[in-house]
Unconditional design. Structure first.
Length: 191
Protein backbone atom coordinates (compact mmCIF):
# COMPACT_ATOMS: atom_id res chain seq x y z
CA UNK A 1 0.00 0.00 0.00
CA UNK A 2 1.27 3.45 -0.93
CA UNK A 3 0.29 6.64 0.89
CA UNK A 4 0.17 10.18 -0.51
CA UNK A 5 -0.25 13.06 1.93
CA UNK A 6 -1.08 16.76 1.61
CA UNK A 7 -0.64 18.59 4.94
CA UNK A 8 -3.20 21.29 5.72
CA UNK A 9 -2.75 22.07 9.44
CA UNK A 10 -0.71 21.32 12.51
CA UNK A 11 -2.79 20.16 15.49
CA UNK A 12 -0.31 20.88 18.25
CA UNK A 13 -2.39 22.14 21.19
CA UNK A 14 -5.03 20.35 23.18
CA UNK A 15 -8.62 21.47 22.70
CA UNK A 16 -11.93 19.96 23.83
CA UNK A 17 -12.15 17.57 20.86
CA UNK A 18 -8.64 17.00 19.50
CA UNK A 19 -5.49 15.93 21.32
CA UNK A 20 -2.16 17.14 19.90
CA UNK A 21 -1.64 15.07 16.76
CA UNK A 22 0.90 16.91 14.60
CA UNK A 23 0.26 17.33 10.88
CA UNK A 24 -3.25 16.73 9.58
CA UNK A 25 -4.40 16.83 5.99
CA UNK A 26 -5.53 14.81 3.03
CA UNK A 27 -4.39 11.24 2.59
CA UNK A 28 -4.82 8.93 -0.36
CA UNK A 29 -3.92 5.26 0.05
CA UNK A 30 -3.55 2.98 -2.93
CA UNK A 31 -2.42 -0.51 -3.84
CA UNK A 32 -1.86 0.70 -7.41
CA UNK A 33 1.16 2.86 -8.16
CA UNK A 34 -0.13 6.09 -9.72
CA UNK A 35 1.48 7.77 -12.69
CA UNK A 36 0.84 11.14 -11.04
CA UNK A 37 0.21 12.58 -7.57
CA UNK A 38 -0.61 16.27 -7.42
CA UNK A 39 -2.00 18.75 -4.93
CA UNK A 40 -3.37 22.26 -5.18
CA UNK A 41 -3.92 24.61 -2.24
CA UNK A 42 -6.95 26.81 -2.80
CA UNK A 43 -6.38 28.32 0.67
CA UNK A 44 -2.81 28.72 1.91
CA UNK A 45 0.25 26.87 0.64
CA UNK A 46 2.38 23.83 1.46
CA UNK A 47 5.31 25.96 2.60
CA UNK A 48 3.15 27.55 5.34
CA UNK A 49 1.18 24.97 7.31
CA UNK A 50 -0.71 26.86 10.03
CA UNK A 51 -1.38 25.75 13.56
CA UNK A 52 -4.98 24.62 14.05
CA UNK A 53 -6.92 26.95 16.35
CA UNK A 54 -10.01 25.35 17.87
CA UNK A 55 -11.91 28.64 18.02
CA UNK A 56 -11.48 28.95 14.24
CA UNK A 57 -12.19 25.62 12.51
CA UNK A 58 -11.02 27.18 9.23
CA UNK A 59 -7.58 28.10 10.58
CA UNK A 60 -5.97 25.37 8.46
CA UNK A 61 -5.18 25.44 4.76
CA UNK A 62 -7.56 23.89 2.22
CA UNK A 63 -6.36 21.76 -0.67
CA UNK A 64 -7.41 19.23 -3.24
CA UNK A 65 -5.16 16.20 -3.86
CA UNK A 66 -5.39 13.75 -6.72
CA UNK A 67 -3.76 10.68 -8.14
CA UNK A 68 -3.94 9.38 -11.69
CA UNK A 69 -3.69 5.69 -12.60
CA UNK A 70 -3.27 3.75 -15.80
CA UNK A 71 -5.12 0.42 -15.55
CA UNK A 72 -5.60 -1.74 -18.64
CA UNK A 73 -5.01 1.24 -20.95
CA UNK A 74 -7.60 3.35 -19.13
CA UNK A 75 -6.82 6.49 -17.14
CA UNK A 76 -8.45 7.12 -13.77
CA UNK A 77 -8.08 10.27 -11.69
CA UNK A 78 -9.30 10.25 -8.10
CA UNK A 79 -9.33 13.46 -6.07
CA UNK A 80 -10.20 14.40 -2.50
CA UNK A 81 -10.68 17.54 -0.44
CA UNK A 82 -11.77 18.62 3.03
CA UNK A 83 -13.71 21.76 2.31
CA UNK A 84 -14.24 24.91 4.38
CA UNK A 85 -16.41 24.46 7.48
CA UNK A 86 -19.47 26.52 8.40
CA UNK A 87 -21.63 26.56 11.54
CA UNK A 88 -24.81 24.45 11.39
CA UNK A 89 -24.28 23.82 7.68
CA UNK A 90 -25.16 27.39 6.74
CA UNK A 91 -23.48 29.00 3.74
CA UNK A 92 -20.79 31.59 4.39
CA UNK A 93 -18.98 34.05 2.14
CA UNK A 94 -15.74 32.22 2.98
CA UNK A 95 -17.23 28.99 1.63
CA UNK A 96 -18.54 30.69 -1.51
CA UNK A 97 -15.16 32.28 -2.23
CA UNK A 98 -13.29 29.02 -1.60
CA UNK A 99 -15.73 27.00 -3.73
CA UNK A 100 -15.17 29.39 -6.63
CA UNK A 101 -11.39 28.84 -6.30
CA UNK A 102 -11.86 25.07 -6.02
CA UNK A 103 -14.13 24.92 -9.09
CA UNK A 104 -11.52 26.75 -11.20
CA UNK A 105 -8.93 24.10 -10.27
CA UNK A 106 -11.36 21.20 -10.75
CA UNK A 107 -12.10 22.36 -14.29
CA UNK A 108 -8.37 22.02 -15.08
CA UNK A 109 -8.27 18.49 -13.63
CA UNK A 110 -11.19 16.90 -15.49
CA UNK A 111 -12.06 14.06 -15.91
CA UNK A 112 -12.08 12.76 -12.33
CA UNK A 113 -13.80 11.13 -9.41
CA UNK A 114 -14.00 13.60 -6.50
CA UNK A 115 -14.71 12.59 -2.94
CA UNK A 116 -14.40 14.23 0.45
CA UNK A 117 -15.98 16.13 3.28
CA UNK A 118 -17.51 19.18 1.64
CA UNK A 119 -18.85 20.68 4.91
CA UNK A 120 -21.80 21.97 2.87
CA UNK A 121 -25.09 20.07 3.10
CA UNK A 122 -26.78 18.67 0.03
CA UNK A 123 -29.74 20.84 -0.90
CA UNK A 124 -27.98 24.10 -0.07
CA UNK A 125 -26.27 26.50 -2.45
CA UNK A 126 -22.60 25.64 -1.85
CA UNK A 127 -23.23 21.92 -2.50
CA UNK A 128 -25.34 22.90 -5.49
CA UNK A 129 -22.35 24.70 -7.03
CA UNK A 130 -20.75 21.23 -7.35
CA UNK A 131 -24.00 19.49 -8.38
CA UNK A 132 -24.48 21.99 -11.20
CA UNK A 133 -21.22 20.81 -12.80
CA UNK A 134 -20.66 17.23 -11.60
CA UNK A 135 -22.77 14.17 -10.92
CA UNK A 136 -23.62 13.58 -7.25
CA UNK A 137 -23.49 9.80 -6.79
CA UNK A 138 -24.84 9.65 -3.24
CA UNK A 139 -28.31 8.06 -3.50
CA UNK A 140 -31.16 10.47 -2.75
CA UNK A 141 -32.51 8.14 -0.04
CA UNK A 142 -29.34 8.76 2.02
CA UNK A 143 -30.26 11.59 4.40
CA UNK A 144 -27.01 11.89 6.36
CA UNK A 145 -23.33 11.05 6.08
CA UNK A 146 -22.71 12.11 9.68
CA UNK A 147 -22.26 9.11 11.99
CA UNK A 148 -24.94 9.50 14.72
CA UNK A 149 -22.89 7.51 17.24
CA UNK A 150 -19.37 8.84 16.67
CA UNK A 151 -20.05 12.50 15.85
CA UNK A 152 -20.06 14.88 18.82
CA UNK A 153 -23.34 16.43 17.56
CA UNK A 154 -25.41 13.28 17.27
CA UNK A 155 -28.53 14.79 15.75
CA UNK A 156 -27.08 16.18 12.49
CA UNK A 157 -28.83 14.96 9.37
CA UNK A 158 -26.63 16.35 6.61
CA UNK A 159 -25.18 14.78 3.49
CA UNK A 160 -21.86 16.64 3.51
CA UNK A 161 -19.60 13.82 2.31
CA UNK A 162 -19.95 13.00 -1.33
CA UNK A 163 -18.66 11.30 -4.43
CA UNK A 164 -18.87 13.48 -7.53
CA UNK A 165 -17.91 12.33 -11.02
CA UNK A 166 -17.45 13.84 -14.44
CA UNK A 167 -19.43 12.21 -17.26
CA UNK A 168 -16.53 9.89 -18.18
CA UNK A 169 -17.03 7.84 -14.99
CA UNK A 170 -20.05 5.75 -14.06
CA UNK A 171 -20.54 4.43 -10.55
CA UNK A 172 -21.96 0.89 -10.56
CA UNK A 173 -22.58 0.51 -6.83
CA UNK A 174 -22.20 2.69 -3.77
CA UNK A 175 -22.43 1.98 -0.06
CA UNK A 176 -22.41 4.38 2.88
CA UNK A 177 -20.63 2.79 5.86
CA UNK A 178 -20.94 3.85 9.51
CA UNK A 179 -18.71 3.11 12.47
CA UNK A 180 -15.48 4.40 10.88
CA UNK A 181 -15.25 8.00 12.01
CA UNK A 182 -17.48 10.92 12.92
CA UNK A 183 -18.47 10.88 9.25
CA UNK A 184 -19.59 7.80 7.35
CA UNK A 185 -17.36 6.27 4.71
CA UNK A 186 -18.26 6.04 1.03
CA UNK A 187 -17.45 2.82 -0.81
CA UNK A 188 -18.03 2.73 -4.56
CA UNK A 189 -17.46 0.45 -7.54
CA UNK A 190 -16.83 1.89 -11.00
CA UNK A 191 -18.57 0.40 -14.00
Amino acid sequence: MKAYFTPTMNVCKTNPFLAPKGLWGLAIFSKQKPVLFTEYYYVGKRSNIPQFIYENPNSGNRAVSWITFQIKNKTYTIATTHFTWSPKGEETEEQRSNMEKLLIQLKKMEPFILCGDFNAPRGKSIYKMLEDVYKDNIPKEITSTIDPILHRERELSFVVDSLFTTSQYIIDAIDIVGGLSDHKGICAILK
